[in-house]
Design a protein around this ligand. Structure first.
Ligand code: ATP
Ligand code: MG
Ligand code: FE
Length: 341
C-alpha cells in the first residue's frame, strides 16, 4: 500500500510517500524556522499561510522524487492533531480534497503517534513492547507501548515540555530559535561543574516531570553572571551545559524508573529533543548497564516530518481505518484514546 503523508501541525510542512512493501519513497520537507525566528517563536497565523504556499510544490517534489503518479497512491494520511488548529486545517483540507478527487481513503493521524513510530523507519526498528520517552516542543511523556494504538501513559510534564524548556532557556540567553540545537552547540564548550542545576522531581517517587523551574534557574544564574560583569560567551556556554546536563539526567532517571516499573528493557526516544546527542549517549550508557537497548530515529525524523505521518497512517489504513468526509482537527487529543491496530 502506497500512502501519502502530510504534516502541518506546527512550523514544518512535510510531504512524504511511504510504501508498505518498498519503504520510504520520498520525503519532502520545508521548515519555516526563518519565517518565525525574528519573533523568537512560532506565529500561528503566519504558519498556516505558509503551509498553504508550500503544500502543492512539496507534493510535486515528492511525486518527482519517488517517480510515482497520483494513480499509484492508495491512501492519504495527515496530521489531525494535536497542534495549531489553523495549521492543522491546511493539511486536513488538502488531504480530504485530494482523497475525494482521487477516490481513495484519508485518515487523520495523531502527531505524537507519528513521532513515536518514527524510529520504525530505521534499519533496526524496535520490537513491541517498549517504553517510549516522547520529548518534543509541546510534549514530555513516558508511555508503555504494547503495539500501535496500545498506549499506557506512565508520566508526563506538569508544566513546560522538555523542548519548550530548551527554547525558553535559549531565548533568555539571547540565542536563536529553535533553542535546542543552539543550547546543544554552546554546551559543547561549557565547563562542567561551574554551575549545578536541580534535577526536578527526582527526589520523590513517580514518573511525572517539571521543567519550568530549570528555565527560572537559568535566568537567575544568567542575571547573577551579568550583575558581576561576567556576561561573556563562556558564561553562556557554562549555563547551557549545566542546563542540558540537568534535563538529560532528569530524563534518564525517570526512564530508568519506567523501565524498572514495567520490567521492559527496550526504550524508544522520539520527538525533537531525541536528536540531542548528550541525551542519546547518556541513555545508551544507562541501557547498556541494564542489558537493554535504546532506539531513536535519524535527526531529520526526530523533529516534524511527513515520513512519520505516512508511516503511522499506512499502518492504520492497512488495518482498514479511515475518516468520514468531514474535516476535523484537534488542538488537544490524548494519545490513549486512539484505537488499537
Ligand atoms: P510537538 O511534537 O509536541 O507538537 P513540536 O512539533 O514543535 O512539538 P518537535 O518538532 O518534535 O516539536 O521538536 C522541536 C523541539 O525539539 C524544539 O523545542 C527544539 O528546541 C527541540 N530540539 C531540536 N533539536 C534538539 C537538540 N539537538 N537538542 C535539544 N532539543 C532539540
Ligand atoms: Mg518545528
Ligand atoms: Fe512534533
Amino acid at each position: 500500500m502506497l500512502v501519502l503523508g502530510l504534516e502541518t501541525s506546527c512550523d514544518e510542512t512535510g510531504v512524504a510517500l511511504y510504501d508498505s512493501e518498498r519503504g520510504l519513497l520520498a520525503d519532502a520537507l520545508f521548515s519555516q524556522i526563518d519565517l518565525h525566528c525574528v519573533y523568537g517563536g512560532v506565529v500561528p497565523e503566519l504558519a498556516s499561510r505558509d503551509h498553504v504556499k508550500r503544500m502543492l510544490p512539496l507534493l510535486r517534489q515528492a511525486l518527482d522524487e519517488s517517480g510515482c503518479t497520483p494513480e499509484d497512491i492508495d491512501g492519504i494520511a495527515y496530521t489531525a492533531g494535536p497542534g495549531l488548529v489553523g495549521a492543522l486545517l491546511v493539511g486536513a483540507s488538502c488531504a480530504q480534497a485530494l482523497a475525494l478527487a482521487w477516490g481513495i481513503p484519508a485518515l487523520g493521524v495523531h502527531h505524537m503517534e507519528g513521532h513515536l513510530l518514527a524510529p520504525m523507519l530505521e534499519e533496526q526498528p524496535p520490537q513491541f513492547p517498549f517504553v517510549a520517552l516522547l520529548v518534543s516542543g509541546g510534549h514530555t511523556q513516558l508511555v508503555r507501548v504494547d503495539g500501535i494504538g496500545r498506549y499506557q501513559a506512565l508520566g508526563e510534564s506538569l508544566d513546560d515540555a522538555a523542548g519548550e524548556a530548551f527554547d525558553k532557556t535559549a531565548k533568555l540567553l539571547g540565542l536563536g530559535y529553535p533553542g535546542g540545537p543552539e543550547i546543544a552547540r554552546l554546551a559543547q564548550d561549557g565547563r562542567p561543574g561551574r554551575f549545578v542545576f536541580p534535577r526536578p522531581m527526582t527526589d520523590r517517587p513517580g514518573l511525572d516531570f517539571s521543567f519550568s523551574g530549570l528555565k527560572t534557574f537559568a535566568l537567575n544564574t544568567w542575571q547573577h553572571c551579568r550583575a558581576s560583569g561576567d556576561d561573556g560567551e563562556q558564561s553562556r556556554r557554562d549555563i547551557a551545559l549545566a542546563f542540558q546536563q540537568a534535563v538529560v539526567e532528569t530524563l534518564t532517571i525517570k526512564c530508568r524508573r519506567a523501565l524498572k516499573q514495567t520490567g521492559l528493557a527496550r526504550l524508544v526516544i522520539a520527538g525533537g529533543v531525541s536528536a540531542n546527542q548528550a541525551l542519546r549517549t547518556t541513555l545508551e550508557k544507562m541501557l547498556g548497564e541494564l542489558n537493554g537497548r535504546v532506539f531513536y530515529a535519524r535527526p531529520r525524523f526526530c523533529t516534524d516530518n511527513g515520513a512519520m505521518i505516512a508511516y503511522a497512517g499506512c499502518q492504520r489504513l492497512l488495518a482498514g481505518q479511515q475518516d468520514g468526509p468531514s474535516i476535523q482537527v484537534h488542538a488537544r487529543w490524548p494519545m490513549e484514546t486512539l484505537p488499537a491496530v
